[in-house]
Write a protein that binds this ligand. Structure first.
Ligand code: GAR
Length: 222
């Protein structure tokens, strides 16, 4: 049970003229970053409700970081092998992300599981996008697993991250057909088209309204 305080976040004391600011969004990526790009583009519109405050990765040399830099967004890298163990990495990642004062943290193709400390630091503020219809096909090979299973529809899921692998409360899902001649690549590309729109629509709405999490049920706060 939990509540993400409604955004847009407001400055000032009671009685002041209230100035609303866009929600601060930190995005974590591990690869090409096309989902990140969709968020960067959406954030150009002040009415969308969020700004991309920083982009982080667990590896260097990836297109996702270049995309952020092209937009003048600060970037950081926290590699697991820079630290003695996974829990030290989790603490370092937590501190670095916290230094950007995020309202929402989006895992957009971030191929590491964040740890307990990270989730405790940002309760109900960490969301992940997964290229399958959860709870089906969790993990890093969702499109391939859906194809192997022979499903006729699959899709993408945006969810609040919990301790499990792609098990958290679901914010939004989008359905995508599987074609007879699909390969993993063609299917994943079709999923990603729908996934990017799902992400833009729902992260924008979260930024403007906030979400309420009650058990497994997620609703927007307004
Ligand atoms: C996306 O489809 C995302 O859902 C997936 O990686 C892709 C990243 O694409 N994430 C996972 O599979 C996590 N389990 P992008 O780098 O082009 O945004």
């Amino acid at each position: 049970m939990g509540l993400l305080v409604a955004c847009p976040l407001q400055f000032g004391s009671e009685g002041d003229d209230v100035t609303e600011r866009p929600a601060r969004i930190v995005v974590l990526v591990s690869g090409s970053g096309t989902n990140l790009q969709a968020l960067l583009d959406a954030a150009q519109d002040p009415g969308w409700g969020g700004q991309i405050a920083a982009v982080g990765s667990d590896r260097d040399g990836i297109e996702g970081l270049v995309r952020a830099q092209r937009h003048g967004v600060p970037t950081f890298i926290e590699k697991v092998n820079q630290y003695a163990d996974r829990s030290d990495w989790d603490l370092a990642l937590t501190k670095t992300v916290a230094s950007h004062d995020p309202d929402v943290i989006v895992l957009a193709g971030f191929m590491k599981l964040v740890g307990d400390r990270f989730l405790r630091a940002f309760p109900n503020r960490v969301v992940n996008t997964h290229p399958a219809l959860c709870p089906a096909f969790p993990g890093t090979t969702g499109p391939a697993d859906a194809l192997d299973y022979g499903v006729k529809v699959t899709g993408a899921t945006l969810f609040v991250v919990d301790e499990g692998v792609d098990t958290g409360p679901i914010i939004a899902q989008v359905v995508v057909p599987v074609d007879d001649d699909d390969t993993v690549e063609t299917l994943h590309e079709r999923i990603k088209l729908a996934e990017r729109q799902m992400l833009v629509d729902n992260i924008g709405r979260m930024s403007r309204e906030g979400i309420r999490v009650a058990g497994r049920r997620v609703s927007f706060s307004r």
